[in-house]
Design a binder for this molecule. Sequence first.
Ligand code: PBG
Length: 306
Amino acid sequence: MRETELSPSDFIYPIFVTAGEDVRNPIASMPGIFQLSINHAVEEARRAHDLGIPGVLLFGIPDEKDEAASGAYDPEGVVQLATRAIKDALPELLVVTDVCLCEYMSHGHCGVVDRERGEILNDVSVELLARTASSQAEAGADIVAPSDMMDGRVAALRSELDREGHEGVPIMAYSAKYASAFYGPFREAAESAPQFGDRRGYQMDPANAREALREVALDVEEGADVVMVKPALPYLDVVRRVRETTDLPVAAYNVSGEYSMLKAAVQNGWLDEERAVLEALTGIKRAGAEIIISYHAPDIARWLAE
Ligand code: PBG
């Protein structure tokens, strides 16, 4: 009679790949999560795969950042190299790549900044994002996932991918991405905190739900194959409404701060980890998400197997 059942196949597991050799750098605010050099990222992907998790989501931490985010679309960039290495070792594991510029920009914003006007240049940024997606597909990415929230980027990615012979690579769009405090630990992990200003110019106001439906409709029209709501737990009503307005698969991102919050309470002995995590993640699925991106994915897969 149970209506909602979690399975390892519901999950995508995010991995932070860093340039350098043999690095396994713990992220203080995300116990159990590491910045991994490519060799370790392959091993972590293998662990996820062995647990029945169908895909990993790659974020890159380049050794150098600049004001053009060159590392994002470098054919030898850290995500491109990691994608090749993981696809070589584990061809049947899906590799999803994050398409954004913030990890590669010296100022940490998701787009190109016009410092004089103090603005993000939307259209120039979109061109770089399209180049990024295309170079990731070239490296073997199975799905590209734009998380930047620039306007028009899904259409731009679609036409660039098609032009470059990657018609078969789907786009998982972060359609309703809120300007959230819960990305804090990620910015430590990805070393991508904005050096000035904030992301409220391009990410959504947490108070708005109808706007999320408009953002989803635009991305669907532009050719998105999967739409995403992010974060997950404070936005379950949005997950539900998106589920009810589109026939596309809906993904929800159980973000870094949601993970850290639970982990901190567990470390203090205040919550039972297995029960709390399974309850929270069952809630995300019950709300209507059929793909859940979560740092808890390997733990959940292990508990479900036991
Ligand atoms: C990059 C990006 C962010 C996250 C995913 N992609 C951070 C941000 O927008 O600041 C956050 C993921 C997480 O918190 O786990 N644009």
